[in-house]
Design a protein around this ligand. Structure first.
Ligand code: ATP
Length: 643
């Protein structure tokens, strides 16, 4: 898509690409654009008045020049001469003062409109679904938010103003010229193409260079973005590509410099041509004016001719701008169209009109014949049904890509089901108050995200009112307090860009502490698939096990120990729940779970250790049989029976 483009003569030409991407300028679009002006119509009227006044005042000195010459100089009247000079200076000053007021009000309006638009856009984007963010390029989203909306601002400050002031100036100047002498006026109009044509040519060259320079600039940014990011820099270092990357950067940088010089120079040549050509017009007026006076005894005066020449000079810029305004207008509309395109994207997940807000949440979840697809084509979940009672826990296991994360995405309504239903606290999530739902569902995701800031900032994100004590408690429960306490700055330790100053295990435990501060009725824990060392792993394990016992939870499990900690196991394959039950039974069933157990969990030898550990836990916690929902009564070896 086009960039706002250079201003001045360079900005007036559309490339083929831009022409192809031309928006359809409909009445509705224009009406919509103007609807942003309506709240500021009073200021806008003021701007119009200012533009008209300053344009007219700007022309008066040219007309007064005629009087200065004819009545003051040639008429040899000193008093009149001084009066006209003072008048001329005064209107010039006035015109400029009004111009200042006009640009203040104009900028004020433009800034307020972009302020409104940016806020509206941010609000709208916040409401967009996860689907939007997973399928749109982040760069594109940011471009619409920043440069496209800035482009809109320049439409108001430049395009609108340019149309108005140029039209007014042109009309007044031509009227004044015709009033003086129609022959010279027509002659003046006839020379206009002489300077319009070179302007077009120079503009074209300049615009091409500008675009090339812009592309080089994008490329430079791309390289910077990739190589100076944390992960990019890591890749460069590990593959020893520093020199190669430097060379790449130097090349593009070099190209950009050359283009920049070329662009500046194109501007210089353009002025040389323009200055020469524009001086032809006045010479013609002097010549024809002289002939009229000398040969045809016209009543034209020297002053009149001077006025005509001055007025002609005043028409150059307006004519040029107006001839090119259509391109500016098109480009502006393209920008508006891009912005509106985002505004018009429907909000997929919305709070229902009459949301149900239960008094308290139990965290109970039920899936009933749920079918789901991300793109409407590939079915990801097929007829998934299960129920999680309050206080219980479920472990979801299955091969990679089987749909485990998808199942949990449906609970806090990151996506809505295609058919079937998901209920939370006995109410369909689509009828629940969204804020209530999201408050009561806590998710520790696989890829934990920490904001750049301190540990305290990150914890308080969950609960801004959390006291020091609350935070320490949560950190203790998440089994990370010792680490935080051992840091020099404690809670005020910086976590770095995206939390990258911390290890994967530390990050995950901090995010467990964060979710504990949120204190949700349902806790969803998406266990990291990435290999953590066994110490980190067991620390997370120690943190998570007591939490699971305390509250309703769903665990996406990749490790046997997590699986064993849950009350029930749900085995998912290709989006279907293929097996369910307790470990002992499933492992013997010889199905998907058995396969997972021997391959993915890859812990055949540690099962005995796990059971031993569990037995010890059961014994020390004084578990009774009744509390263990997953005891297999058929199986005399079930560890749950042995307490
Ligand atoms: P893993 O254990 O590897 O995390 P998973 O069982 O959690 O896998 P899901 O993340 O639920 O699997 O993905 C299930 C399927 O849905 C995959 O085939 C994946 O390609 C697809 N998928 C996941 N997210 C999206 C998305 N945002 N848009 C389209 N398809 C998606």
């Amino acid at each position: 898509m086009p960039h706002p483009g250079g201003h001045g003569p360079g900005g007036h030409y559309m490339t083929e690409e831009e022409k192809a991407a031309q928006p359809k300028i409909t009445k509705a679009l224009v009406k919509r654009v103007f609807s942003y002006l309506t709240p500021y119509w009073k200021q806008f009227v003021l701007v119009l008045v200012c533009i008209a006044l300053s344009s007219v005042f700007g022309l008066l000195p040219s007309i007064l020049t005629g009087k200065i010459i004819d009545e003051g100089l040639i008429g040899r009247d000193l008093r009149l001469l001084i009066t006209y000079i003072v008048a001329s200076l005064t209107v010039t000053l006035l015109s400029n003062l009004i111009g200042v007021a006009e640009s203040y009000i104009n900028t004020w309006i433009a800034q307020h409109i972009t302020f409104d638009m940016r806020n509206q856009m941010f609000r709208h984007l916040q409401k967009m679904s996860q689907r939007f963010f997973t399928s749109n390029n982040q760069g594109d989203i940011i471009t619409r938010m920043t440069s496209d909306i800035s482009g809109v601002e320049s439409v108001i400050t430049n395009t609108f103003k340019s149309i108005l002031s140029n039209t007014i100036t042109l009309v007044f100047a031509l009227a004044a010229m015709f009033q003086k002498n129609w022959i010279l006026a027509l002659l003046g109009i006839a020379v206009i193409p002489l300077f319009v044509l070179p302007t077009r040519k120079a503009g074209k060259t300049r615009w091409t260079i500008t675009r090339e320079a812009q592309e080089a600039n994008d490329e430079v940014n791309g390289i910077l973005n990739e190589t100076l990011s944390v992960s990019g820099q890591l890749l460069v270092k590990l593959f020893g590509k520093e020199d190669e990357e430097y060379e790449k950067y130097e090349n593009v940088n070099n190209r950009m410099i050359k283009l920049n010089i070329k662009e500046r120079m194109a501007g210089r040549w353009f002025f040389v041509v323009l200055n020469t050509v524009t001086s032809i017009g006045p010479m013609l007026l002097y010549l024809v004016g002289g002939i009229l006076i000398m040969q045809y005894n016209s009543d034209l005066t020297v002053g009149d001719i001077t006025v005509m020449v001055a007025l002609l000079g005043k028409t150059y810029m307006p004519v040029n701008s107006l001839l090119n305004i259509q391109v500016d207008w098109m480009r502006s509309m393209a920008m508006f169209t891009r912005v509106f395109e985002y505004f018009d994207m429907p909000v997929e997940i919305e709070n229902p009109e009459n949301p149900v807000i239960p008094k308290a949440s139990t965290g109970e979840v039920e899936f009933s014949h749920v079918n789901f697809s991300y793109d409407g084509e590939r079915q990801i979940l097929k007829d998934v049904s299960f129920k999680l009672n309050s206080g219980k826990s479920i472990a979801i296991v299955g091969p990679s890509g089987s749909g485990k994360s998808t199942i949990i995405n449906l609970i806090p309504r990151l996506y809505d089901v295609n058919s079937g239903s998901v209920t939370f606290d006995g109410v369909d999530v689509r009828e629940l108050d969204l804020a209530f739902l999201r408050k009561n569902v806590g998710v520790v995701s696989q890829e934990t995200y920490l904001f750049n800031g301190t540990i305290r900032d990150n914890l308080q994100y969950a609960d801004p009112e959390a006291t020091e004590e609350d935070m320490i408690n949560a950190l203790k429960k998440a089994n990370i307090y010792d680490f935080v306490a051992s840091q020099e700055k404690g809670l005020d330790t910086e976590v770095g860009n995206r939390g990258l100053k911390l290890s994967g295990g530390e990050k995950q435990r901090i995010s467990i502490a964060r979710v504990l501060l949120k204190d949700p009725a349902l806790l969803i824990f998406d266990e990291a698939t990435s290999a953590l060392d066994s110490i980190s792993e067991s620390k997370i394990q120690e943190a998570i096990e007591p939490i699971i016992k305390e509250r309703t939870s769903i665990l996406i499990a990749h490790r046997l120990s997590t699986v064993l900690a849950a009350d029930e196991i749900l085995v998912v394959k290709d989006g279907e729940v293929v097996e369910r039950g307790q470990h002992k039974k499933l492992v013997k069933a010889g199905g998907v779970y058995t396969e997972l157990y021997t391959t993915q969990f890859n812990r055949a030898d540690t099962l005995e250790d796990e059971e031993l550990r569990l037995k010890e836990k059961v014994a020390s916690s004084g578990y009774t049989e009744g509390e263990r929902t997953w005891v297999d009564p058929e199986d005399p070896e079930d560890p749950g029976r042995l307490s």
